[in-house]
Design a protein around this ligand. Structure first.
Ligand code: CP
Length: 349
């Protein structure tokens, strides 16, 4: 078993590419029945400040299959509004401070999972009053919780990262491609009626980087991902013999790709105030949708998406229902990668 016991799982950037790959290997060994893990008597509290299907079920189900228990809390309705600021007079909406609740919950369970993205949940903590990407990317809530918790905190999706999704993408590419090193990976932006957070594309980019792939971020002008995440991905991928490029040339990017992973994200320039974005971006929908002619440019490339996905907006029925689509296998791997994270980070016996 890889020795990550007691460590938080907030971003794959907190782990070496080797450690990340070891988590993927453990997940695939669990899936194939080549190893077993006993989490009997261990409990995770899973807090969802935002909706979830795959993350919630994969965490609860993997814990159950490995002998542990997952308790889901929906803090918006099931718990007190939490404060994270130091020295605040708590005469407003917040009823409890993380300085108490994080160590208390740590006494009651063995991991704390948190999904909290301020773009999705408005109004539940004082951190929500910030709007710019530069403020939101600090992930102050989950970091405050992790600072005061005494058990591992697992990121179930924050403003900046969705590392469990990244691991599932890695496992899927290892299964589909064999050794993904130096195979061609395209993370393509897609139009969406809502401007979505960058957490998932950040972790998907890092996933391909940690596999040492030839990575292309394909996006229209104005939709670059976080410069710090791009720089970290470049360092990591180059250390493994791969590469990272960014382009808006759709045809060149698709040509010969082994993997096309689609995701929509909002412009960092307008984060938190997307209503100010130029209204003329609707034309990008037709240009950027993943369709069969584009996938034909790849040859035999597979299509990936984290789900949920809007059909015929992000990707056409033809691609999603066709043989190139890996999305159900990809989501299915969430079970095993979540299990690997709980197994690897569990407290020392
Ligand atoms: N991909 C993903 O995280 O799905 P959910 O939002 O359903 O958890």
């Amino acid at each position: 078993m890889i020795g990550l016991n007691g460590r938080n799982f907030l971003s794959t950037l907190d782990f070496s590419p080797h450690e990340v790959r070891s988590l993927v290997q453990l997940a695939l060994q669990l899936k194939r029945g080549e190893t077993t893990v006993d989490l009997a008597g261990l409990v995770a509290t899973l807090m969802f400040f935002a909706p979830s299907v795959r993350t919630r079920i994969s965490c609860q189900s993997s814990l159950a299959k490995l002998g542990g228990t997952g308790i889901v809390v929906n803090p918006g309705s099931d718990a007190y509004a939490l404060e994270i600021e130091d020295g605040v007079v708590m005469d407003g909406a917040t009823a409890e401070h993380v300085k108490e609740v994080a160590p208390v919950v740590s006494r009651l369970c063995d991991w704390i999972g948190i999904r909290k993205s301020e773009l999705v949940t408005q109004g539940s903590t004082t951190a929500d009053v910030t709007t710019s990407y530069d403020e939101l990317k600090a992930d102050r809530f989950i970091n405050a919780y992790a600072k005061h918790a005494t058990v591992p905190v697992i990121n179930l999706e924050s403003n900046s990262f969705h590392p469990l999704q990244g691991l599932a993408d890695m496992a899927t590419m290892v299964e589909k491609l064999g050794e993904p090193k130096q195979r061609k990976y395209v993370l393509t932006w897609a139009w969406h009626p809502k401007s979505l957070p960058v957490a998932t594309p950040h972790s998907q980019l890092l996933a391909a980087a940690d596999l040492g792939m030839e990575v292309t971020v394909l996006r229209p002008p104005g939709y670059s991902l976080d410069a710090g995440v791009m720089a970290a991905a470049k360092d990591r991928v180059e250390s493994l013999g791969g590469s990272l490029n960014e382009t808006d040339d759709i045809e060149a990017a698709y040509r010969g790709a082994d993997v096309v992973c689609a995701k929509s994200w909002g412009s960092l320039d307008y984060y938190g105030r997307f209503e100010d974005e130029p209204a003329d971006k609707a034309h990008l929908r037709k240009e950027w949708v993943v369709d069969e002619p584009k996938m034909d440019l790849t040859g035999k490339g597979i299509f990936m998406h984290c789900l949920p996905v809007r059909r015929n907006i992000v990707v056409t029925d033809g691609v999603l229902d066709g043989p190139r689509s890996a999305v159900v296998d990809q989501a299915g791997n969430r079970l095993w990668t979540a299990g690997a994270v709980f197994a690897a980070t569990r407290p020392e016996a």
